[in-house]
Design a protein around this ligand. Structure first.
Ligand code: NAD
Length: 496
């Protein structure tokens, strides 16, 4: 099934039918390829290659580096359908979302091309006569990207488009669950390189494998930045290792995103927001809506409406027009069931959550999205379970809702639905949402690339994609130039 897409994108068949890593599709659990894994020695040699590439690429003018990313954007436009379908097959996203992910890649390429002429520094007033000061940004070095299964290509492009424009080579360790789309991205990058012509070898390299090879990247002193996307558990392992060698880390970890639904809200809008954010991608987005904090006057009506909306959601093969595809694997299904059990035994009222289509697909895990009504925010609701579970709790005062929204260890995305400007502005204020993303009358998921993406607390604090996230991929230098014939010291110090 995948051969036609892979060959259209220029991936050699030997790369995906002749290896030791078995790749399956969550659509029916069948094997769709085998990929050769890298060993630790391969990682070291790829890091050495990248170091050599860095020497050459860092001195290429940034707008010229931008031309390579412009070409990558063109190649992605040509292959949007192929790559989007492959994302659906390997990660189980519905077709629209697979295509949407590739569109996000195209968008970040466009953004990065513009950025290639805007890597601005500052000029700073010097306190000394005949001096000027400025701040410049220089390429950083080898960038290591570790990514999760659920955004198997967009995260690579967010990092790579910016890193390349900023003058750095990239080594990417994709999720072991989605190596095929990574091979496709590498092939597409190579197509762009061929059109570009004069670029050093090894600007973009792949490392395929499990935690051991990811760890080799993390521990290497030759990797200037580790940009790691995945669970908080992974971040807890990676961050101290990078810190111990004084490397830089950009962490994009788990979320536990909430909506506050206030009495003045446009309920139709809110329900549509809930539906997309809570069940889209089968609850497997870092920004998935996991907690609904609804005003007590609305709770019964809203819960009834969500339940009836959930009844209309079609679940099944993501390539056949359904709205909800499969969970990534059996482990994911089991952790969903165990969270629902915990909620139930603590007094939660669970609707949905059961497995469907098991007869048709015994090795695939399709579930009904679950709603769990809770009297208060229990521990289970403070944990990220990467599946479609929506915990519903009620509030009476807006301050109480804000406190509940912030009372979780994660801090990625949040939103309020209200038509009361005081509530909206309070939500966005210093004593409002403590998340990296805070929206008004928009759900928690589906961010645009133009903003900085990421969150606080256990989400890791990193920001990637738009705004000034490019600064992660460069080093800052402060310059003072003396064009006078004197040597005055700062702070007026007289040194004899
Ligand atoms: P995961 O943590 O299991 O794996 C992510 C990646 O980290 C994989 O490539 C894995 O091989 C690698 N890895 C794991 N442990 C490692 C270690 N010790 N050293 C080096 N590499 C290691 O995550 P997953 O199940 O693939 O993805 C789901 C998680 O990712 C969720 O928690 C979700 O919220 C999070 N996520 C966050 C964002 C974000 O931007 N904040 C985006 C997507 C996914």
């Amino acid at each position: 099934m995948i051969e036609q897409f892979m060959s259209a994108m220029g991936v050699d068949k030997t790369l995906f039918d002749n290896g030791d890593l078995k790749v399956t599709t969550p659509i029916d659990g069948s094997q769709i390829g085998t990929v050769k894994m890298d060993g630790i020695a391969d990682v070291q040699s790829k890091i050495n290659n990248a170091k050599t590439a860095f020497q050459a690429w860092r001195v290429v003018p940034a707008p010229k580096r931008g031309e390579l990313i412009r070409l990558l954007g063109e190649v992605l436009r040509e292959h949007k359908e192929d790559l989007g379908a492959l994302v659906s097959i390997e990660a189980g996203k519905i077709k629209e979302e697979g295509l949407g992910e590739v569109q996000e890649m195209i968008d970040i390429c466009d953004f990065a091309v513009g950025l290639s002429r805007q890597l601005y520094g500052l000029t700073i007033a010097s306190e000394r006569a005949g001096h000027h000061m400025r701040e410049t940004w220089h390429p950083l070095g080898v960038i290591g990207v570790i990514s999760a299964f659920n955004f198997p290509v967009a995260v690579w492009s967010w990092n790579t488009a910016l890193a390349i424009v900023c003058g750095n080579p990239v080594i990417w360790k994709p999720s072991e669950k989605t190596p095929l789309v990574a091979l496709a991205c590498q092939a597409l990058f190579e197509k762009a390189l061929a059109k570009f012509g004069d670029a050093p070898e090894h600007l973009s390299q792949l490392i395929i494998g499990h935690v051991d090879v990811g760890n080799a990247l993390v521990e290497s002193e030759d990797v200037a930045l580790i940009s790691a996307t995945g669970s908080t558990r992974m971040g807890r392992e990676v961050a101290p290792k990078v810190a111990a060698r004084f490397g830089k880390c950009l962490l994009e970890l788990g979320g536990n995103n909430a909506m506050i639904l206030a009495p003045s809200a446009d309920l139709n809008l809110a329900l549509r927001g809930i539906l997309f954010s809570a069940v889209g991608t089968a609850g497997q987005r870092c920004t998935t809506l996991r907690r609904l904090i609804v005003h007590d006057s609305l709770k019964d009506e809203v819960v009834r409406k969500i339940k009836s909306a959930y009844e209309t959601v079609t679940i099944g093969d993501p390539l056949k027009g359904n709205l909800v595809g499969p969970l990534i694997d059996k482990d994911s299904f089991e952790s969903m069931q165990s969270a629902l059990e915990r909620a139930k035994s603590a007094g939660g009222k669970v609707t949905g959550g059961e497995r469907v289509l098991a007869d048709e697909h015994s090795d695939a895990y399709y579930v009904k999205p679950a709603i769990v009504e809770l009297d208060s925010q229990l521990d289970v609701a403070k944990t990220e379970t990467f599946a479609p579970i929506l915990y519903v709790m009620s509030y009476h005062d807006f301050d109480e809702a804000l406190a509940m929204q912030n009372d979780v260890p994660q801090g990625l995305s949040s939103c309020v639905f209200t038509n009361d400007i005081r509530e909206a502005e309070l939500f966005l204020s210093a004593r409002g949402s403590d998340c990296g993303i805070a929206n008004v009358n928009i759900g928690t998921s589906g961010a645009e690339i133009g903003g900085a993406f990421g969150g606080e607390k256990e989400t890791g604090g990193g920001r990637e994609s738009g705004s000034d996230a490019w600064k992660n991929y460069m080093r800052r230098q402060t310059n003072t130039v003396n064009y006078s014939t004197e040597l005055p010291l700062a702070q007026g110090i007289n040194f004899g």
